[in-house]
Unconditional design. Structure first.
Ligand SMILES: NC(=O)c1ccc[n+]([C@@H]2O[C@H](COP(=O)([O-])OP(=O)(O)OC[C@H]3O[C@@H](n4cnc5c(N)ncnc54)[C@H](OP(=O)(O)O)[C@@H]3O)[C@@H](O)[C@H]2O)c1
Length: 228
C-alpha cells in the first residue's frame, strides 16, 4: 500500500505516518520545514504548504515522479485559531475580521480539496481519501457562539469534501471526512480526551472498512456516523 499523509511532521499526522509504516505501507508524509521525525520512521518527507497552490503543484509533480499511484490519501494538515496571529482569531463576537477566517478556510478547507485534485491522476479505482474534519464543523453540534473561523473552515471542508467525494466516486475512489475526537497534540492540548494512538487506530479501522456506500459520509474516529 502507498499512503500519503499531509501535515505529518507532528501530531495526528505523525501518528498516521507511524501506524501506516508499522503496517508495512510505503508512506510519504508532507512537512513545511524539516522531516526529521519522519526520517526516523522510514517515511519519506516531501515539502508541501497546502495554502499555496504553487507548492501543491510542485508537490504533485514531485510525488508523480516517485510513484504511479496513491492507495490512501489522508488530508490531515490544519490550523485552529492559534494558527493565525493574535487579533485574527475570530473567537469572539465583536472582534471579527476577515483575514483569520479566510486563512483558516484556505488551510483547512480549500487546501485539502486542491491537494486531492492535484493527486487525482494517482488515485486509481479502490483508492481511499480521508479528510480530517472536526465536531466543530458540525452545524447540528454548534450550540454556542464564538470560534467563528475554525468552525466555519471545517464546515466548509465538509461541503467541499462531500462534493469532491461524488466526483471521485466516478473514478472508483471512496472519499469521506472524519472527526478525530479531542486529541492530545499541540492543537488539542494536554487535557484532551484521547491519545493520538487511540484516535488514529480508530480512524485507520474506519478506513479499512470503507466501501462505496460510505462515499461522502461524515464519521467519528470510532467509525460511527457523525451528525452534519
Ligand atoms: N487535536 C485535536 O483535538 C483535533 C480535534 C479536531 C480536529 N483536529 C484536526 O486534526 C488535524 C491534525 O491536527 P493536530 O491536532 O495533529 O494538529 P497539530 O498538532 O497542530 O499539527 C498540525 C499539522 O498541520 C500542519 N500544517 C498546518 N498548516 C499547514 C499548511 N499550511 N500546509 C501544510 N501543513 C500544515 C502542521 O505543520 P507544521 O509543523 O509545519 O506547522 C502540522 O504538521 C487538523 O486538521 C485538525 O484541525 C484536531
Amino acid at each position: 500500500m502507498i499512503a500519503l499523509v499531509t501535515g505529518a511532521g507532528r501530531g495526528l499526522g505523525l501518528e498516521f505516518a507511524r501506524q501506516l509504516a508499522a503496517r508495512g505501507a510505503t508512506v510519504f508524509g508532507t512537512v513545511r520545514r524539516d522531516g526529521e521525525a519522519l526520517d526516523a520512521l522510514g517515511v519519506t518527507a516531501l515539502r508541501l504548504d497546502v495554502a499555496d497552490p504553487a507548492s501543491i503543484a510542485a508537490f504533485a509533480t514531485d510525488l508523480a515522479a516517485r510513484v504511479d499511484r496513491v492507495d490512501l490519501l489522508i488530508n490531515n494538515a490544519g490550523i485552529n485559531s492559534r494558527g493565525v496571529p493574535e487579533g485574527q482569531r475570530n473567537v469572539r463576537w465583536g472582534a471579527l475580521e476577515p483575514e483569520g477566517i479566510l486563512r483558516m478556510v484556505q488551510v483547512n478547507a480549500v487546501g485539502p480539496v486542491l491537494v486531492t485534485q492535484a493527486l487525482a491522476p494517482l488515485l486509481k479505482p479502490g483508492a481511499r481519501v480521508l479528510s480530517i474534519s472536526s465536531w466543530l464543523g458540525s452545524i447540528q453540534r454548534k450550540t454556542s457562539g464564538g470560534n467563528y473561523g475554525y468552525c466555519a473552515s471545517k464546515t466548509t471542508l465538509n461541503m467541499l469534501a462531500r462534493a469532491m467525494a461524488f466526483d471521485l466516486a466516478e473514478q472508483g475512489v471512496i472519499s469521506v471526512v472524519a472527526n478525530p475526537g479531542w486529541v492530545r497534540t499541540d492543537m488539542g492540548g494536554a487535557r484532551a480526551a484521547l491519545t493520538p494512538d487511540q484516535s488514529v487506530s480508530g480512524l485507520l479501522a474506519l478506513v479499512d472498512q470503507l466501501t462505496p456506500a460510505h462515499t461522502g459520509g461524515f464519521y467519528q474516529w470510532d467509525g460511527t456516523e457523525h451528525p452534519w
